[in-house]
Write a protein that binds this ligand. Structure first.
Ligand SMILES: Cc1ncc(COP(=O)(O)O)c(C=O)c1O
Length: 404
Protein backbone atom coordinates (compact mmCIF):
# COMPACT_ATOMS: atom_id res chain seq x y z
CA UNK A 1 0.00 0.00 0.00
CA UNK A 2 1.69 3.20 -1.04
CA UNK A 3 -1.05 5.78 -0.51
CA UNK A 4 -2.27 6.32 3.03
CA UNK A 5 -5.96 6.09 3.90
CA UNK A 6 -5.78 9.75 4.88
CA UNK A 7 -5.08 10.65 1.23
CA UNK A 8 -8.12 8.62 0.31
CA UNK A 9 -10.15 10.38 3.02
CA UNK A 10 -9.39 13.71 1.46
CA UNK A 11 -10.33 12.33 -1.94
CA UNK A 12 -13.89 11.80 -0.73
CA UNK A 13 -14.24 15.02 1.30
CA UNK A 14 -17.27 17.06 0.26
CA UNK A 15 -19.62 14.07 0.13
CA UNK A 16 -22.57 13.58 2.48
CA UNK A 17 -22.44 11.57 5.69
CA UNK A 18 -24.06 8.44 4.21
CA UNK A 19 -21.67 8.38 1.26
CA UNK A 20 -18.67 8.92 3.55
CA UNK A 21 -19.85 6.19 5.92
CA UNK A 22 -19.87 3.72 3.02
CA UNK A 23 -16.85 4.83 0.99
CA UNK A 24 -14.38 6.92 3.03
CA UNK A 25 -11.02 5.35 3.66
CA UNK A 26 -11.57 2.32 1.46
CA UNK A 27 -11.67 1.08 -2.08
CA UNK A 28 -11.42 -2.44 -3.50
CA UNK A 29 -8.21 -4.11 -2.34
CA UNK A 30 -5.58 -3.38 -5.04
CA UNK A 31 -4.02 -6.86 -4.71
CA UNK A 32 -7.15 -9.00 -5.03
CA UNK A 33 -10.04 -6.72 -5.95
CA UNK A 34 -11.82 -7.70 -2.72
CA UNK A 35 -14.57 -5.15 -2.19
CA UNK A 36 -14.81 -5.67 1.57
CA UNK A 37 -11.62 -4.83 3.47
CA UNK A 38 -9.30 -7.81 3.97
CA UNK A 39 -8.36 -8.57 7.58
CA UNK A 40 -4.61 -7.99 7.80
CA UNK A 41 -4.02 -10.44 10.63
CA UNK A 42 -0.22 -10.12 10.46
CA UNK A 43 1.53 -8.83 13.56
CA UNK A 44 4.68 -7.89 11.57
CA UNK A 45 5.23 -6.62 8.01
CA UNK A 46 8.22 -7.63 5.87
CA UNK A 47 10.66 -5.19 4.28
CA UNK A 48 12.78 -6.02 1.22
CA UNK A 49 16.26 -5.78 2.71
CA UNK A 50 18.43 -4.45 5.54
CA UNK A 51 18.39 -0.83 4.36
CA UNK A 52 14.64 -0.86 3.70
CA UNK A 53 14.09 -1.94 7.35
CA UNK A 54 16.24 0.91 8.66
CA UNK A 55 14.46 3.42 6.38
CA UNK A 56 11.04 2.25 7.57
CA UNK A 57 12.04 2.54 11.23
CA UNK A 58 13.50 6.02 10.76
CA UNK A 59 10.30 7.14 9.05
CA UNK A 60 12.24 7.93 5.86
CA UNK A 61 10.08 5.52 3.86
CA UNK A 62 6.42 4.74 4.61
CA UNK A 63 5.06 1.28 5.33
CA UNK A 64 3.75 -0.90 8.09
CA UNK A 65 6.15 -2.35 10.67
CA UNK A 66 4.22 -3.94 13.51
CA UNK A 67 0.47 -4.09 14.17
CA UNK A 68 0.65 -2.47 17.60
CA UNK A 69 1.89 0.72 15.88
CA UNK A 70 -0.31 0.63 12.77
CA UNK A 71 -2.24 -1.98 10.79
CA UNK A 72 -3.81 -1.76 7.29
CA UNK A 73 -7.32 -2.85 8.40
CA UNK A 74 -7.24 -0.61 11.45
CA UNK A 75 -6.09 2.29 9.25
CA UNK A 76 -9.21 1.96 7.12
CA UNK A 77 -11.32 2.33 10.27
CA UNK A 78 -9.24 5.34 11.36
CA UNK A 79 -9.60 6.98 7.95
CA UNK A 80 -13.37 6.46 7.95
CA UNK A 81 -13.66 8.03 11.40
CA UNK A 82 -11.42 10.97 10.40
CA UNK A 83 -13.68 11.57 7.39
CA UNK A 84 -16.92 11.30 9.38
CA UNK A 85 -15.71 13.67 12.11
CA UNK A 86 -14.11 15.90 9.47
CA UNK A 87 -10.75 15.73 11.22
CA UNK A 88 -7.21 15.57 9.91
CA UNK A 89 -6.20 12.30 11.59
CA UNK A 90 -7.52 9.52 13.80
CA UNK A 91 -6.11 6.75 15.95
CA UNK A 92 -8.02 3.64 17.00
CA UNK A 93 -7.79 1.75 20.28
CA UNK A 94 -8.98 -1.48 21.85
CA UNK A 95 -11.80 0.27 23.75
CA UNK A 96 -13.29 3.65 24.52
CA UNK A 97 -11.39 3.76 27.82
CA UNK A 98 -8.12 2.97 26.01
CA UNK A 99 -8.86 5.94 23.71
CA UNK A 100 -9.68 8.26 26.60
CA UNK A 101 -6.70 7.26 28.75
CA UNK A 102 -4.33 7.54 25.74
CA UNK A 103 -5.70 11.03 25.05
CA UNK A 104 -5.17 12.19 28.61
CA UNK A 105 -1.80 10.49 29.09
CA UNK A 106 -0.60 11.61 25.67
CA UNK A 107 -1.49 15.27 26.17
CA UNK A 108 -0.87 15.85 29.89
CA UNK A 109 2.20 15.97 32.15
CA UNK A 110 2.75 16.16 35.89
CA UNK A 111 1.53 19.48 37.37
CA UNK A 112 -0.96 20.09 34.55
CA UNK A 113 -4.56 20.72 35.50
CA UNK A 114 -7.67 19.26 33.86
CA UNK A 115 -11.14 20.71 34.22
CA UNK A 116 -13.97 18.32 33.52
CA UNK A 117 -17.50 19.48 33.05
CA UNK A 118 -20.75 17.87 34.16
CA UNK A 119 -21.27 14.13 34.49
CA UNK A 120 -18.82 11.78 32.80
CA UNK A 121 -19.02 8.08 32.01
CA UNK A 122 -18.08 6.20 35.23
CA UNK A 123 -14.77 4.87 33.85
CA UNK A 124 -13.66 8.36 32.77
CA UNK A 125 -14.82 9.83 36.08
CA UNK A 126 -12.76 7.26 37.97
CA UNK A 127 -9.70 7.96 35.77
CA UNK A 128 -10.05 11.65 36.64
CA UNK A 129 -10.43 10.95 40.36
CA UNK A 130 -7.77 8.25 40.82
CA UNK A 131 -5.12 7.59 38.14
CA UNK A 132 -4.46 11.16 36.97
CA UNK A 133 -4.05 12.60 40.52
CA UNK A 134 -1.66 9.71 41.29
CA UNK A 135 0.52 10.94 38.41
CA UNK A 136 0.52 14.49 39.78
CA UNK A 137 -2.17 15.80 37.40
CA UNK A 138 -4.78 17.89 39.22
CA UNK A 139 -8.33 17.23 38.08
CA UNK A 140 -11.15 19.64 38.87
CA UNK A 141 -14.83 18.73 38.44
CA UNK A 142 -17.26 21.55 37.65
CA UNK A 143 -21.04 21.12 37.31
CA UNK A 144 -21.55 23.25 34.20
CA UNK A 145 -19.82 25.31 31.51
CA UNK A 146 -20.47 28.56 33.41
CA UNK A 147 -18.28 27.29 36.29
CA UNK A 148 -15.21 26.58 34.13
CA UNK A 149 -13.84 30.13 33.95
CA UNK A 150 -13.36 30.48 37.73
CA UNK A 151 -11.18 27.34 37.81
CA UNK A 152 -8.73 28.32 35.06
CA UNK A 153 -5.15 28.88 36.31
CA UNK A 154 -1.77 29.16 34.60
CA UNK A 155 -1.48 25.36 34.91
CA UNK A 156 -4.83 24.59 33.22
CA UNK A 157 -4.11 22.44 30.18
CA UNK A 158 -7.25 20.59 29.12
CA UNK A 159 -11.06 20.74 29.34
CA UNK A 160 -12.94 17.45 29.06
CA UNK A 161 -16.69 17.15 28.50
CA UNK A 162 -19.30 14.61 27.44
CA UNK A 163 -22.62 15.47 25.81
CA UNK A 164 -25.37 14.27 25.98
CA UNK A 165 -24.30 13.03 29.41
CA UNK A 166 -25.28 9.76 30.97
CA UNK A 167 -27.93 9.15 32.25
CA UNK A 168 -29.96 12.40 32.38
CA UNK A 169 -28.96 13.40 28.82
CA UNK A 170 -27.64 16.73 30.14
CA UNK A 171 -26.53 18.88 27.20
CA UNK A 172 -23.37 20.99 27.30
CA UNK A 173 -22.80 23.80 24.81
CA UNK A 174 -19.92 22.45 22.72
CA UNK A 175 -19.12 25.75 20.97
CA UNK A 176 -18.95 27.53 24.33
CA UNK A 177 -16.52 24.92 25.72
CA UNK A 178 -14.37 25.31 22.60
CA UNK A 179 -14.26 29.07 22.88
CA UNK A 180 -13.47 29.00 26.63
CA UNK A 181 -10.62 26.56 26.01
CA UNK A 182 -9.25 28.54 23.07
CA UNK A 183 -9.21 31.83 24.97
CA UNK A 184 -7.36 30.16 27.88
CA UNK A 185 -4.87 28.36 25.60
CA UNK A 186 -6.25 24.98 26.70
CA UNK A 187 -6.97 21.82 24.71
CA UNK A 188 -10.67 20.93 24.52
CA UNK A 189 -11.75 17.27 24.41
CA UNK A 190 -15.32 16.05 23.82
CA UNK A 191 -16.55 12.49 24.25
CA UNK A 192 -18.95 12.25 21.29
CA UNK A 193 -20.07 8.65 21.93
CA UNK A 194 -23.76 9.48 22.55
CA UNK A 195 -24.08 11.90 19.63
CA UNK A 196 -21.92 10.25 16.96
CA UNK A 197 -20.64 12.43 14.09
CA UNK A 198 -24.05 12.02 12.44
CA UNK A 199 -25.62 14.32 15.04
CA UNK A 200 -22.74 16.57 16.15
CA UNK A 201 -19.28 17.19 14.73
CA UNK A 202 -17.45 18.84 17.65
CA UNK A 203 -14.33 19.68 15.58
CA UNK A 204 -16.49 21.90 13.38
CA UNK A 205 -17.63 23.73 16.52
CA UNK A 206 -14.02 24.48 17.50
CA UNK A 207 -13.22 21.48 19.71
CA UNK A 208 -9.64 20.18 19.44
CA UNK A 209 -10.06 16.45 20.14
CA UNK A 210 -13.01 14.06 19.78
CA UNK A 211 -13.05 10.68 21.55
CA UNK A 212 -15.47 7.80 21.08
CA UNK A 213 -16.31 4.47 22.55
CA UNK A 214 -16.68 2.68 19.20
CA UNK A 215 -18.26 -0.17 21.15
CA UNK A 216 -21.52 1.80 21.04
CA UNK A 217 -23.18 3.37 17.95
CA UNK A 218 -20.10 3.09 15.72
CA UNK A 219 -20.05 -0.72 15.91
CA UNK A 220 -23.78 -0.67 16.51
CA UNK A 221 -24.41 -4.40 16.86
CA UNK A 222 -23.05 -5.16 20.32
CA UNK A 223 -20.37 -7.47 18.94
CA UNK A 224 -17.18 -5.40 18.87
CA UNK A 225 -15.21 -3.35 21.40
CA UNK A 226 -13.14 -0.37 20.32
CA UNK A 227 -12.30 3.29 20.73
CA UNK A 228 -11.08 6.10 18.52
CA UNK A 229 -9.67 9.63 18.79
CA UNK A 230 -9.93 12.23 16.01
CA UNK A 231 -7.96 15.51 15.94
CA UNK A 232 -5.27 17.47 14.10
CA UNK A 233 -2.21 15.32 13.34
CA UNK A 234 -0.04 17.33 15.81
CA UNK A 235 -2.37 16.20 18.63
CA UNK A 236 -2.90 12.65 17.37
CA UNK A 237 0.87 11.97 17.28
CA UNK A 238 1.45 12.11 21.08
CA UNK A 239 -1.84 10.27 21.71
CA UNK A 240 -0.78 7.49 19.32
CA UNK A 241 2.66 7.26 20.94
CA UNK A 242 1.26 7.08 24.48
CA UNK A 243 -1.66 4.80 23.73
CA UNK A 244 -0.07 2.40 21.26
CA UNK A 245 3.73 2.49 21.63
CA UNK A 246 3.79 2.84 25.40
CA UNK A 247 0.53 1.43 26.72
CA UNK A 248 -0.19 -0.95 23.86
CA UNK A 249 -3.98 -0.65 23.72
CA UNK A 250 -4.22 -1.33 19.97
CA UNK A 251 -7.41 -2.26 18.15
CA UNK A 252 -7.34 -5.77 16.67
CA UNK A 253 -7.82 -5.95 12.86
CA UNK A 254 -10.58 -8.51 13.52
CA UNK A 255 -12.48 -5.93 15.57
CA UNK A 256 -11.62 -3.18 13.07
CA UNK A 257 -13.41 -4.99 10.26
CA UNK A 258 -16.55 -5.26 12.41
CA UNK A 259 -16.38 -1.54 13.18
CA UNK A 260 -15.86 -0.69 9.49
CA UNK A 261 -18.97 -2.71 8.65
CA UNK A 262 -20.89 -1.04 11.46
CA UNK A 263 -19.91 2.41 10.23
CA UNK A 264 -21.44 1.80 6.81
CA UNK A 265 -24.95 1.93 8.28
CA UNK A 266 -24.22 4.43 11.08
CA UNK A 267 -26.27 7.32 9.64
CA UNK A 268 -29.24 5.03 8.91
CA UNK A 269 -29.15 3.37 12.35
CA UNK A 270 -28.69 6.61 14.27
CA UNK A 271 -31.53 8.25 12.42
CA UNK A 272 -33.87 5.30 13.06
CA UNK A 273 -32.94 5.24 16.77
CA UNK A 274 -33.55 8.99 17.09
CA UNK A 275 -36.98 8.71 15.47
CA UNK A 276 -37.92 5.85 17.80
CA UNK A 277 -36.58 7.67 20.87
CA UNK A 278 -38.54 10.84 20.03
CA UNK A 279 -41.70 8.78 19.58
CA UNK A 280 -41.23 6.92 22.87
CA UNK A 281 -40.26 10.06 24.81
CA UNK A 282 -43.44 11.81 23.66
CA UNK A 283 -45.61 8.85 24.60
CA UNK A 284 -43.90 8.41 27.98
CA UNK A 285 -44.37 12.05 28.91
CA UNK A 286 -47.52 12.46 30.93
CA UNK A 287 -47.89 8.71 31.68
CA UNK A 288 -49.14 8.32 35.26
CA UNK A 289 -46.33 5.88 36.21
CA UNK A 290 -43.62 8.27 35.00
CA UNK A 291 -42.27 11.14 37.12
CA UNK A 292 -39.98 12.60 34.48
CA UNK A 293 -38.70 11.88 30.99
CA UNK A 294 -35.12 12.91 30.20
CA UNK A 295 -34.82 13.37 26.45
CA UNK A 296 -33.24 16.40 24.73
CA UNK A 297 -35.86 16.27 21.98
CA UNK A 298 -38.60 17.34 24.43
CA UNK A 299 -39.08 21.10 24.89
CA UNK A 300 -39.28 20.43 28.66
CA UNK A 301 -35.66 19.15 28.73
CA UNK A 302 -33.30 21.85 30.09
CA UNK A 303 -30.89 21.24 27.19
CA UNK A 304 -33.54 21.42 24.44
CA UNK A 305 -32.46 24.78 22.96
CA UNK A 306 -28.74 23.93 22.89
CA UNK A 307 -29.48 20.44 21.56
CA UNK A 308 -31.48 21.95 18.70
CA UNK A 309 -28.52 24.16 17.88
CA UNK A 310 -25.74 21.58 18.00
CA UNK A 311 -27.43 18.22 17.24
CA UNK A 312 -29.05 17.23 13.94
CA UNK A 313 -31.46 14.98 15.87
CA UNK A 314 -31.79 14.61 19.67
CA UNK A 315 -30.21 11.16 19.94
CA UNK A 316 -31.32 7.62 20.63
CA UNK A 317 -30.85 7.64 24.41
CA UNK A 318 -33.53 8.47 26.93
CA UNK A 319 -34.09 8.01 30.64
CA UNK A 320 -37.23 7.98 32.75
CA UNK A 321 -37.74 8.25 36.48
CA UNK A 322 -40.55 6.03 37.62
CA UNK A 323 -43.06 6.86 40.35
CA UNK A 324 -42.25 4.45 43.21
CA UNK A 325 -38.43 4.43 43.16
CA UNK A 326 -36.40 1.21 43.05
CA UNK A 327 -39.34 -1.24 43.40
CA UNK A 328 -41.03 0.40 40.42
CA UNK A 329 -37.80 0.36 38.40
CA UNK A 330 -37.37 -3.35 39.21
CA UNK A 331 -40.96 -4.18 38.22
CA UNK A 332 -40.66 -2.18 35.02
CA UNK A 333 -37.34 -3.72 33.91
CA UNK A 334 -38.41 -7.25 34.82
CA UNK A 335 -41.65 -6.66 32.93
CA UNK A 336 -39.92 -5.88 29.62
CA UNK A 337 -39.73 -8.68 27.11
CA UNK A 338 -38.63 -7.19 23.76
CA UNK A 339 -36.24 -4.68 25.29
CA UNK A 340 -33.21 -6.42 26.82
CA UNK A 341 -31.85 -5.64 30.27
CA UNK A 342 -28.17 -4.85 29.71
CA UNK A 343 -25.71 -2.01 30.05
CA UNK A 344 -23.93 -0.58 26.98
CA UNK A 345 -25.83 1.40 24.37
CA UNK A 346 -26.05 2.32 20.73
CA UNK A 347 -26.93 -1.17 19.50
CA UNK A 348 -29.59 -1.99 16.93
CA UNK A 349 -31.32 -3.84 19.82
CA UNK A 350 -33.04 -1.70 22.45
CA UNK A 351 -31.35 -2.08 25.85
CA UNK A 352 -32.51 -0.89 29.28
CA UNK A 353 -30.70 -0.62 32.60
CA UNK A 354 -31.05 0.68 36.16
CA UNK A 355 -28.03 3.01 36.55
CA UNK A 356 -28.23 3.25 40.40
CA UNK A 357 -27.65 -0.50 40.83
CA UNK A 358 -25.41 -1.06 37.79
CA UNK A 359 -23.41 1.57 35.86
CA UNK A 360 -23.39 4.15 38.68
CA UNK A 361 -23.41 1.78 41.69
CA UNK A 362 -19.76 2.48 42.57
CA UNK A 363 -20.42 6.24 42.90
CA UNK A 364 -20.80 7.82 46.33
CA UNK A 365 -24.53 8.25 46.94
CA UNK A 366 -24.34 12.04 47.21
CA UNK A 367 -22.45 12.33 43.88
CA UNK A 368 -24.85 9.86 42.28
CA UNK A 369 -27.93 11.80 43.37
CA UNK A 370 -26.32 15.07 42.30
CA UNK A 371 -25.88 13.54 38.83
CA UNK A 372 -29.62 12.77 38.77
CA UNK A 373 -29.21 9.03 39.25
CA UNK A 374 -32.15 8.36 41.52
CA UNK A 375 -33.46 4.92 42.56
CA UNK A 376 -36.38 5.17 40.14
CA UNK A 377 -34.28 6.09 37.11
CA UNK A 378 -34.18 3.72 34.13
CA UNK A 379 -32.06 4.35 31.02
CA UNK A 380 -33.14 3.11 27.62
CA UNK A 381 -30.87 2.86 24.62
CA UNK A 382 -33.48 2.91 21.89
CA UNK A 383 -32.74 0.56 19.02
CA UNK A 384 -34.03 0.39 15.48
CA UNK A 385 -37.01 -1.94 16.02
CA UNK A 386 -40.53 -0.81 15.06
CA UNK A 387 -41.49 2.06 17.36
CA UNK A 388 -44.96 0.68 17.97
CA UNK A 389 -43.55 -2.69 19.13
CA UNK A 390 -41.21 -0.93 21.53
CA UNK A 391 -44.08 1.15 22.90
CA UNK A 392 -46.23 -1.94 23.43
CA UNK A 393 -43.40 -3.57 25.40
CA UNK A 394 -42.92 -0.43 27.54
CA UNK A 395 -46.64 0.06 28.08
CA UNK A 396 -47.01 -3.55 29.20
CA UNK A 397 -44.06 -3.24 31.62
CA UNK A 398 -45.44 0.03 33.03
CA UNK A 399 -48.78 -1.64 33.66
CA UNK A 400 -46.93 -4.01 36.00
CA UNK A 401 -45.61 -1.15 38.17
CA UNK A 402 -47.80 -0.20 41.11
CA UNK A 403 -48.18 3.52 41.86
CA UNK A 404 -47.11 3.88 45.49
C1 LIG B 1 -19.79 7.99 26.96
C2 LIG B 1 -18.85 6.84 27.12
N1 LIG B 1 -17.54 7.03 26.92
C3 LIG B 1 -16.65 6.03 27.06
C4 LIG B 1 -17.06 4.76 27.41
C5 LIG B 1 -16.04 3.66 27.55
O1 LIG B 1 -16.06 2.86 26.43
P1 LIG B 1 -15.57 1.32 26.39
O2 LIG B 1 -16.53 0.55 27.23
O3 LIG B 1 -15.58 0.99 24.95
O4 LIG B 1 -14.20 1.32 26.99
C6 LIG B 1 -18.42 4.51 27.62
C7 LIG B 1 -18.87 3.16 27.99
O5 LIG B 1 -20.01 2.93 28.33
C8 LIG B 1 -19.34 5.58 27.47
O6 LIG B 1 -20.66 5.41 27.67
Amino acid sequence: MTDTPFDRTHAVAGYGMRTLAVHAGQRPDPATGAVAPPIAAASAFAYDDFDAGARRFSGESPGFIYSRFANPTVQIFEAKMAALENGEAAVAFASGMAAISATLLGLLSTDDEVIYVGTLYGGTDSLMRTLLPRLGIRTIAVPDVQSVHAQITSKSKLIFAETPANPTMAILDVAEIASLARSAGMISVVDNTFSTPCLTQPLGLGIDVVVHSATKYIGGHGDATGGVVIAAARLIDPIRTAGLKHIGGCLSPHEAVMLIRGLKTLPLRVSASCENAQYLAERLQGHDKIEQVYYPGLPTHPGYAVARRQMRQPGGMLSVSLVGGRPAARAFLDGLSLITQAVSLGDVDSLACHPASTTHSAMAEAVRLQSGVTEGLVRISVGIEDAEDLWRDIEHALAGCRNE
